[in-house]
Design a protein around this ligand. Structure first.
Ligand code: MG
Length: 306
C-alpha cells in the first residue's frame, strides 16, 4: 500500500469541522484552531535501516535528522516552529550514551530555529532504533501555505539543487528552509508549497493532485546537485536522480508569473531559486526533455511503502 493511498483512506474515515481543523491529513502539517490562534503540527519518524544507518551514522546524526525532517515540513507551510516532543525506541546496548547522543542531535537541529524539545518518551526494545518527533508551530503573522493553491500559469520554483542526497551525508546534514520559507511567504503571495522529501517529480505530483492542476517541468534547467551529477541518465547526467531521489528538503513552490519575475530578479533569500516549470490546466505532468522533446512525467519519486 502506498502512503498516499493510506492518506486517502484516512481522509475518507474522518470528517472535520473546518472551523476546528482548517487543514487535516494530506498536507505537510495539520492546522488546528486553538481559540483565536492556530496550531500547526506535524509528526515524522526516522528508522534505522530506512532513514539512517546507526552503525555508520551514529545516534546524534539520527536525532538531528529526526528533528530536521519535521522542521522541513513546518517550512513547507511557512510556519514558525516553537517546540517539539520526541518518542524514542532505543535498541539494546549503551542506552544512556545512545539516548544522550540522540538528544544532542535533536537539540542541534531544533536550537537553530528556537524549537526546544519540551517532552517525550524513551523505551527500550529488541529491535532497531526508531525516533518519532512531533513539532508544533504557529502562523506568527504569515498565512500557512498549502499544497492546494497552485493555479494554471503559475511559475514553479525550487530552492537549491536536488538529487543524490543519499549518496552522501546530505540527507542527514541539510538545513531545513524555515527562514527562507518565512521570508518568501512574507514578501510574495506563494500559491502552493511543499518540501522535496519524496522526490521532485513525486512532490510536484502532490501539489498537482491537491490543486487539481497539471504541470510542465523543464528538464534542461532543473538544478542538479553535484551529489547526483555523475549519475548517468538518458537525457542529462543526473536528471533522473534529481527527479526521483528525494530527501533533498528543498522548497518547491508556485507563484504567479509576475511575482516570480520579481522574486527571481531580487534574490529575496541567500539560497538560489530556479524557475523550473509552469503549472498547466487539467491533470498530468509533462517533462520537457533537454533535447526539446516532451514526455509524460510520472510522479515516481521515492514513496514510502506502508
Ligand atoms: Mg513534507
Amino acid at each position: 500500500m502506498r502512503e498516499s493511498e493510506f492518506i486517502e483512506w484516512i481522509r475518507s474515515q474522518s470528517q472535520f469541522d473546518p472551523d476546528i481543523v482548517p487543514v487535516g491529513p494530506g498536507d505537510d502539517c495539520a492546522v488546528i484552531a486553538c481559540g483565536a490562534e492556530r496550531l500547526i503540527v506535524t509528526t515524522d519518524q526516522v528508522l534505522d535501516g530506512v532513514h539512517f544507518r546507526l552503525a555508520d551514522h551514529g545516534p546524534e546524526a539520527a536525532g538531528r535528522k529526526g528533528m530536521a525532517r519535521n522542521l522541513s515540513d513546518v517550512a513547507a507551510m511557512a510556519a514558525a516552529p516553537f517546540g517539539a516532543v520526541a518518542a524514542v525506541a532505543l535498541s539494546r546496548g549503551d542506552l544512556l550514551d545512545q539516548a544522550q547522543a540522540i538528544y544532542r542531535g535533536l537539540r542541534c537541529a531544533g536550537d537553530e530555529f528556537n524549537c526546544p524539545v519540551v517532552g517525550g518518551d524513551v523505551a527500550v526494545w529488541d529491535s532497531l532504533l526508531a525516533i518519532t518527533v512531533t513539532v508544533f508551530a504557529r502562523p506568527d503573522g504569515i498565512e500557512p501555505v498549502l499544497r492546494s493553491g497552485a493555479e494554471p500559469g503559475d511559475a514553479i520554483c525550487l530552492t537549491g539543487a536536488v538529487g543524490g542526497a543519499f549518496r552522501t551525508r546530505r540527507h542527514l546534514q541539510f538545513t531545513p528552509r524555515v527562514r527562507e520559507a518565512r521570508v518568501l511567504a512574507d514578501q510574495y503571495h506563494l500559491h502552493a508549497m511543499i518540501d522535496v522529501s519524496d522526490g521532485l517529480a513525486a512532490d510536484l505530483g502532490h501539489i498537482c493532485t491537491a490543486s487539481g492542476v497539471g504541470a510542465q517541468l523543464w528538464g534542461d534547467v532543473v538544478p542538479i546537485h553535484p551529489d547526483a551529477e555523475r549519475q548517468g541518465g538518458e537525457d542529462r547526467p543526473g536528471l533522473a536522480a534529481a527527479l526521483g531521489d528525494g530527501e533533498d528538503y528543498e522548497l518547491l513552490f508556485t507563484v504567479s508569473a509576475d511575482e516570480a519575475q520579481s522574486l527571481l530578479k531580487r534574490r529575496a533569500v541567500d539560497v538560489p531559486i530556479t524557475h523550473v516549470g509552469v503549472i498547466t490546466e487539467g491533470a498530468g505532468m509533462m517533462l520537457i526533455c533537454p533535447d526539446g522533446t516532451s514526455r509524460p512525467l510520472a510522479p515516481t519519486g521515492w514513496e514510502h511503502q506502508t
